[in-house]
Design a protein around this ligand. Structure first.
Ligand code: PNW
Length: 496
């Protein structure tokens, strides 16, 4: 890292860590929502219970070599059977909202929208009722990556427009079945990760990489249309009566320009276009960002006039999943392995040869602790999209699974406590800057199935003992949130 960069990173950190201000719940507006998040395939288990049909993740995780520890989400933390215990936990921690997702194939086992599984409807109604009884607001994601397998096999899943139609039927069924009790809906979680990991690198279901120069863009397009269809159904048929709101969750790491050169700055902006603009520009401006259109040409599908109208302003809020930041520079012959980065002409750097890093490393290879990045993403969204309401729908970090250390050491997750303090301080600063941030959801309530990384990574505020009956144990970060949410003051710096 150059000297100048180093100074800058230190300065950014000092802004947060040396602030004399003692961050507390009272720094956030009283209507600001603090919640915690999970997703169905990562926590539910009960993969064949209650009439559920198989999803692409059931099939992918059972394919040899796809999950690094050979595990599956068949049982995971068994929230399907233990939801009451987990909801008690949320209540004990003091969170006022729970973001969870519905497993599409629990509602329509074959995805086709004709045979509804009433047991599935009852299961989610039971969860919603248990939350409301404890004063916790349910915030539902309709699609968090677990497409009904039959849709993949019979029509090609997100590659085919028919999936848009089936998603609309599924969404309408959910609004009709749960909407009198649910006021915050998210259509799709991180369409970017599905497009890139599912269809370019192939590390996520459905595991395709053969046509990585075209399929990711088609899949993104269809997910956008599915979002817009569902939002339009909600607004036309349910919103007036039910009074809720609907949004889309996008993910974005902050690309800090590697230098003040125009080329590096342009590369960082391109990287923003290829993460956020890809999904938000069609919704706010009616088309993909210019940098994408220029570089991709015919590989980028086109919107019809009708699509544009459907997409335009099709959200009440943006859900932002944000974990980390990296430096981004211009690289005409990008060494990045996959097509998706190559086409952007960027190099992405978080570690230098001398061993310097942009921030402390978490367990996942892509995750560094860089709290000042979230303030920049929030301000970027406010500026580019005219300050729309934003909920941070995921934020957190992981530890390596470790079966050697004693439990009490695993529970004392000091780095995660520092992470949450510093990121919340940076969010507070963004609010003072004027960003319209409405809520925050920590990822995740408990350790869970981390996709292709199986159970080797632990993102939870709660430790799950996978070897001893899936017992739950609160980590220091859970206690920290408990104190914070109950109004205690907590310092920004290292844990006292
Ligand atoms: C999110 N990245 O995915 C997902 O929504 C969660 O299901 C997941 O467990 C969580 O983050 C932690 O990984 C992401 O590489 C995966 O920038 C990777 C990235 C971002 C988000």
């Amino acid at each position: 890292m150059g000297l100048e960069k180093k100074k800058k990173v230190e300065e950014e950190w000092n802004n947060i860590y040396n602030s004399k201000h003692q961050l507390s719940r009272a720094d956030f507006p009283s209507h600001f929502v603090f919640g915690v998040a999970t997703s169905a395939y990562q926590v539910e288990g009960g993969s064949k219970d209650g009439g559920k049909g198989p999803s692409i993740w059931d099939s992918f995780s059972h394919t040899q070599g796809k999950i690094c520890d050979g595990s599956t989400g068949d049982v995971t933390v068994d929230q399907y059977h233990r939801y009451k215990e987990d909801i008690d936990l949320i209540s004990k921690l003091g969170f006022k909202a729970y973001r969870f997702s519905i497993s599409w194939s629990r509602i329509f086992p074959d995805g086709l929208g004709t045979k509804i599984n009433h047991e599935g409807i009852k299961y989610y109604n039971d969860i919603i009722d248990a939350l409301l009884e404890r004063g916790i607001e349910p915030c539902i994601t309709l699609y968090h990556w677990d497409l009904p397998l039959n849709l993949e096999e019979s029509c090609g899943g997100w590659l085919d427009e028919q999936t848009v139609k089936y998603f609309a039927i599924y969404a309408e069924t959910c609004f009709g079945s749960f909407g009198n009790k649910v006021k915050r809906w998210i259509t799709i979680n991180e369409p970017l990760q599905t497009a890139v990991n599912g269809y370019c690198t192939g590390i996520h279901a459905p595991g395709r990489s053969e046509s990585s120069s075209t399929e990711p863009f088609l899949v993104a397009h269809n997910q956008l249309l599915a979002h817009a269809e569902a939002a339009s159904i909600y607004r036309n048929k349910f919103k007036d009566e039910q009074g809720g709101e609907i949004g889309l969750v996008v993910d974005c790491e902050w690309p800090e320009p590697l230098s003040d050169n125009l080329e590096d700055k342009a590369a960082a902006t391109r990287r923003l276009d290829f993460q956020l603009g890809w999904y938000l520009d069609p919704i706010f401006f009616g088309d993909y960002p210019e940098s994408m259109r220029e570089r991709l040409g015919d590989r980028l599908p086109k919107f019809s006039q009708q699509d544009r109208e459907l997409l335009k302003h099709s959200l009440d809020f943006i859900g932002l999943n944000h974990y980390t930041s990296r430096f981004v520079g211009h690289a005409a012959n990008s060494l990045e392995e996959n097509d998706f980065y190559k086409i952007q002409d960027v190099e992405i750097i978080a570690e230098w040869e001398g061993g310097e890093v942009i921030g402390e490393k978490a367990a996942s290879s892509w995750l560094y602790v860089v709290p000042w990045g979230i303030r920049k993403v929030l301000n970027y969204i406010a500026e580019r999209y005219d300050n729309p309401p934003v909920y941070i729908t995921e934020n957190g970090m992981d530890d390596e699974d470790d079966d050697v250390s004693p439990l009490h050491e695993m529970l004392d997750d000091k780095l995660r406590v520092s992470y949450f303090k510093a990121y919340l301080a940076a969010i507070h600063q963004a609010i003072l800057d004027g960003a319209n941030v409405r809520g925050y959801f920590a990822w995740s309530l408990l350790d869970n199935f981390e996709w292709n990384l199986g159970y080797t990574k632990r993102f939870g505020l709660t430790y799950v003992d996978f070897k001893n009956g899936l017992t739950r144990h609160l980590k220091s970060s859970a206690y920290w949130f408990m104190r914070f949410l109950k109004g205690g003051q907590v310092k920004h710096g290292k844990e006292d």
